[in-house]
Design a binder for this molecule. Structure first.
Ligand code: PLP
Length: 463
């Protein structure tokens, strides 16, 4: 039954089974589970270990696996942690915009809300080989330089292009960690940060967690509007603008060539930094990809964020910050006090991966797959839901951005979509303030295949 099964699939099945059992009941044996679900012993062991870690089952070696009795502390009842509310004061970290508002999706849900590649699109074999080679290096488990491995910094400098040198690069643990670090490094609590509207909710969450106040600046089909950016700097006194000039999440927009220089000039005139989130450099759909802003930055205005998680796999948590001048010194200092350096085996593995011929092949093949999937979903939606207005076709990235008919509530539509078996992202979470219209973000890379995209559009049309 479960040909391409994983332990996650089996956990879902076992959870359903547990719902009909009572504490102390015995689960089917490992042998029975293997036979019944056509899975390997490792898959069964992993699924049981996960349920045991959650406290849902207990394993008794030599006897079997049993439904656990709900835990209490030997008659004391649950611990009274109310005092912590006072001790922690009001510094809550708000993750609502980046966590799943409807809870875990039931089995069979088509995932159009993911921000990473489906397993089948990840370069799994090349990653495994890279990790194995990295682990064999004699100094693999030693310290790494605070800035990161020199050879890896050279790779990221090459990706940024222009006059960027390895000395301008600091290796990080992926894009999200870079954003948190830059927001903390560059502006103090209470400061405004200008953001494109809409923008990536993870950036909003990281900025807010650093105590910053995101202020939206409108975009059009050519990216952020430089005239309004200048107004926003003048009005708020902000020293920071966060943007994604290339294959913007969620709209897929590319900042038009004449605006690239204008954005840099406007920020320079305001004495402000531009955080360029270049997360999608390797997610083009086959056409030319614009140079990053940092390649044409002459005076340290741009702090550039790169990451390998999107074109590779979410757990290749390796990225880079590119910066020049005192801001780089501050970022290095933060790296030092936060965690000394990024895990060396992972840096070595990333270096092995991007230096291998398989990497170029993977990125080229990925472009064609993303282009086809984008076209498939766009035409399925146009056929099934002609009232949903699609943004200008994206030339890169993982998402389609659609405007819903006037008077529609995006969260209600997202909830109904979930009930119909499709996970989508409500557009309101991408806005720093009131959304000007109801939108949805639909991802085409996290679904299993193109047939799922067509089926998703069909299901969405039923809601
Ligand atoms: C625009 C953007 N930036 C940064 C990130 C962070 O990605 P990661 O931390 O996996 O590199 C994401 C992830 O969804 C993103 O969409």
């Amino acid at each position: 039954m479960l040909d391409s099964s994983t332990s996650a699939d089996l956990v879902t099945i076992l959870r359903a089974l547990l719902a009909g059992l009572s504490p102390g009941d015995r689960l089917p044996s490992s042998r029975e589970l293997i036979a019944r679900h056509h899975v390997s012993p490792v898959t069964v062991a992993r699924a049981i270990a996960q349920l045991a870690a959650e406290g849902a089952v207990v394993t008794r070696p030599g006897s079997g696996t049993y439904v656990a009795t709900p835990r209490t502390r030997s008659g004391e009842g649950p611990a009274d942690t109310a005092w912590q509310t006072i001790a922690l004061t009001d510094r809550a970290v708000d993750t609502r915009s980046i966590t799943d508002e409807f809870g875990p999706p039931p089995a069979g849900t088509i995932m159009l809300d993911g921000g990473y590649l489906h397993r089948s699109l990840q370069p799994t074999r090349a990653l495994s080989a890279a990790l194995a080679r990295a682990a064999r290096r004699p100094d693999a488990w030693g310290r790494a330089p605070t800035n990161g491995l020199a050879a890896l910094r050279a790779v990221f400098a090459g990706m940024a292009g222009g006059g960027v040198t390895p000395e301008d690069v600091m290796v990080t643990a992926g894009g999200q960690s870079s954003l948190s670090m830059v927001f903390r490094a560059v502006a103090g609590p209470g400061s405004p940060v200008l953001v494109e509207s809409p923008t990536y909710p993870g950036a909003l969450a990281a900025a807010r967690a650093a105590g910053l106040r995101p202020v939206p600046v409108p975009m059009d089909d050519d990216g952020v509007r430089p005239d309004l950016l200048a107004d926003a700097f003048a009005m708020t006194g902000a020293r920071l603008f966060y943007c994604q000039p290339t294959f913007h999440n969620p709209t897929g927009t590319v900042l038009a060539p004449p605006r690239r220089r204008q954005v840099l000039d406007v920020a320079r005139a305001a004495g402000a930094f531009v955080i360029e989130d270049d997360f999608a450099r390797h997610l083009g759909h086959g056409g030319p990809v614009a140079r990053p802003l940092v390649a044409d930055d002459r005076d340290g205005t741009v702090v550039h964020v790169a990451s390998l998680t999107k074109p590779a796999a979410p757990s290749l948590r390796i990225g880079a910050l590119v910066a020049r001048g005192p801001v780089l010194e501050r970022l290095r200092a933060l790296r030092w006090v936060d965690d000394f350096f990024v895990s060396r085996p992972l840096q070595e593995a990333a270096l092995e991966l991007v230096s291998s011929p398989a990497w170029d092949r993977h990125v080229r093949g990925l472009a064609a797959v993303l282009r086809d999937r984008h076209a498939e979903l766009a035409s399925a939606l146009a056929r099934e839901l002609p009232g949903w207005i699609q943004a200008r076709p994206a030339r890169g990235g993982l998402h389609l951005w659609v405007r819903l008919p006037a008077g529609t509530d995006d969260t209600t539509v997202a909830r109904a979509a979930r009930q119909a078996g499709v996970a989508v992202s409500a557009g309101s979470r991408y806005f720093a303030a009131e959304p000007p219209e109801a939108c949805l973000r639909l991802g085409f890379a996290a679904a299993a295949d193109r047939a799922e995209l067509v089926e998703a559009a069909r299901r969405l049309a039923t809601i």
